[in-house]
Design a protein around this ligand. Structure first.
Ligand SMILES: Cc1cc2nc3c(=O)[nH]c(=O)nc-3n(C[C@H](O)[C@H](O)[C@H](O)COP(=O)(O)OP(=O)(O)OC[C@H]3O[C@@H](n4cnc5c(N)ncnc54)[C@H](O)[C@@H]3O)c2cc1C
Length: 502
């Protein structure tokens, strides 16, 4: 503590809340007594690592805590509330919307030490876990029982299930299985005032208002999930993975519609364009063709006989859509290699440019060809290279705009390009986020999609959970809807520093 606190945001004016140093010192003392010394950080050199998530936005917390139980979380929230200090939940910090960035300082509540798998109920096909369990860790644990947890964000080696619940995470395999909300039965939640409750149930279709559904995807604005009951599904008997090679991203986009129209919904239908293929191949050879305009990674799963038949249908559709070549993975190692390329694609972009800005929008998949053309034209107009890797089957695009933040004005131009791309998505009948959420980054764009009455209704729901307006402030809803203006103080603007912005 003691260093001047900076609230660094990439754009817009956010009210920065200033908690007095004596108040913070008392709070640190109380938190340390309640949680133990090793669970509370407050020195600037310790806090600096918690300034950001995987976006472009940054703001330093005043205190970081690592609770180990629901009771600890409740204590943190009660103490912070007593002193009028904001609290922001955080999992692994892989979020791509700035949701875990503490724009008004305060306490950052990091859930990664609550990482126990409490129960795997094989017969009822459920698992009960703490929020800090890593997605892949859960997948591996249930795989030994012949089961799987379907949502598999590409960040699954790092991201937490708590973060997945808060963002309603999707992933390559949510095309057929649905996003996180379809796989969460219930959860223990500590409300912003420190009371604990259980939303949902251990069995499907709980009576009453679906507060579970409301909480999933609320981006850490309604409370902190401390125990989560998830649904598991049996692992498929057979899987067929194939790579379809196309001359252009437009041809590959058209193929997406053709495949779905063939009557088969693959479990995954992912697209990588030329820039990304080259970036991946540059970092490791996974067998992607570097001269292709785009590739589609397609996976079909189910009973052995069904998979045979569905693969044949998919192959026919891909050929009819102009696939130049098809590579079918005949064994597990080959399949893993193809997926390794997809899952490491975002990291591989780091080798192409000093910085990149990863966007997330969604459009009806039939509009993909024209929207991808639009993305290409806009990027060229702004003078940036752009690589695309995305969940094409869901129409969920992820343009990665490459730039150098040291170049004067580049960050502002990248943000302006991002805004234009999201506008394009809305005009095509889509939305400003497909899976990463709104967070801090896109909250001002909410007005493009919702009228004042809609935003007011959302704001009232939020107030019902957080009367004091101190819980993860300035997220999701635009200014005036959930950013306690009473706390307005001066804001230190500081645009992006060097680094890779994902
Ligand atoms: C390389 C890469 C690939 C990615 N691929 C995908 C993808 O395929 N699909 C996808 O959906 N996302 C993807 N993401 C985005 C990100 O990984 C997800 O949003 C993920 O769910 C965030 O989890 P986290 O633990 O890192 O959460 P954080 O980033 O720490 O937090 C995210 C949000 O959740 C809130 N939160 C965290 N824990 C809790 C809790 N216990 N209770 C209440 N609120 C909480 C935070 O306040 C914040 O608003 C990717 C990110 C990267 C960097």
């Amino acid at each position: 503590m003691g260093a001047p606190r900076t609230h660094e945001v990439a754009r817009g004016t956010l009210p920065a809340m200033s908690t007095s140093q004596p108040t913070l010192a008392v709070l640190v003392d109380e938190l340390t007594r309640a949680l133990g010394k090793s669970s509370v950080l407050a020195r600037p050199e310790e806090l600096i690592a918690y300034e950001y998530d995987a976006t472009i936005e940054r703001a330093r917390p005043d205190i970081v805590v690592f609770p180990a139980s629901t009771d600890d979380v409740a204590t943190v929230l009660r103490l912070a509330r007593k002193h009028g200090v904001p609290v922001v939940p955080r999992g692994s910090g892989t979020g791509l919307a700035g949701g875990a960035v503490p724009v008004q300082g305060g306490v950052l509540c990091v859930l990664t030490r609550m990482n126990r798998i409490l129960e795997i109920d094989v017969r009822n096909r459920t698992a009960t876990i703490e929020p800090g369990v890593i997605n892949l860790q859960l997948q591996e644990a249930v795989a030994t029982h012949g089961l799987t947890y379907a949502p598999d964000p590409s960040s699954q080696r790092v991201c937490t299930i708590g973060g997945n619940v808060a963002t309603n995470a999707g992933g390559p395999h949510t095309l057929v299985h649905g996003s996180t909300v379809n796989h969460v039965l219930g959860m223990r939640v500590v409300l912003p005032d420190g009371r604990a409750t259980f939303l949902g149930s251990r069995v499907p279709d709980a009576p009453g208002l679906d507060l579970r559904g409301l909480f999933v995807g609320s981006e850490g604005t309604l409370g902190i999930a401390t125990e989560i009951v998830v649904r598991l599904v049996p692992r498929a008997e057979a899987v067929r993975t194939l790579l379809a090679i196309f001359a252009s991203i437009e041809d590959a986009s058209n193929a997406v519609t053709r495949v779905i129209a063939s009557g088969v919904i693959p479990v995954a239908l992912e697209m990588l364009d030329r820039e990304i293929i080259r970036a991946v191949q540059h970092s490791r050879d996974v067998g992607y063709p570097e001269d292709a305009g785009a590739v589609l990674l397609v996976e079909v799963e189910g009973l052995r006989e069904t998979v045979e038949q569905q693969s044949a249908q998919v192959i026919e559709a891909l050929r009819a859509a102009g696939a130049l070549d098809l590579r079918i993975a005949s064994e597990a190692a080959e399949r893993e290699r193809l997926w390794e390329g997809r899952k490491s694609a975002i990291g591989a972009i780091g080798a192409l440019a000093p910085n990149f800005y990863l966007l997330d929008g969604v459009v009806p998949r039939t509009r993909l060809p024209e929207v991808m053309r639009g993305v290409e034209e806009l990027s060229a107009r702004y003078g940036f290279r752009c690589g695309n890797v995305f969940h094409a089957g869901d129409g969920n695009l992820h343009p990665n705009v490459m730039f150098d933040s040291m170049e004067p004005g580049a960050t502002e131009r990248v943000l302006a390009l991002g805004a234009e791309i999201l506008r394009l998505c809305i005009e095509a009948g889509g939305a400003i986020t497909g899976e990463h959420g709104v967070g801090l980054e896109k909250r001002s764009y909410m007005e493009w999609m919702f009228g004042a009455d809609d935003l007011e209704a959302m704001s009232r729901i939020r107030l019902a959970f957080d009367e004091a307006g101190l819980f993860n402030p300035c997220k999701v809803l635009p200014s005036g809807h959930g950013c306690a203006s009473a706390h307005s103080a001066e804001l230190t603007h500081h645009l992006a520093t060097p680094g890779v912005y994902v």
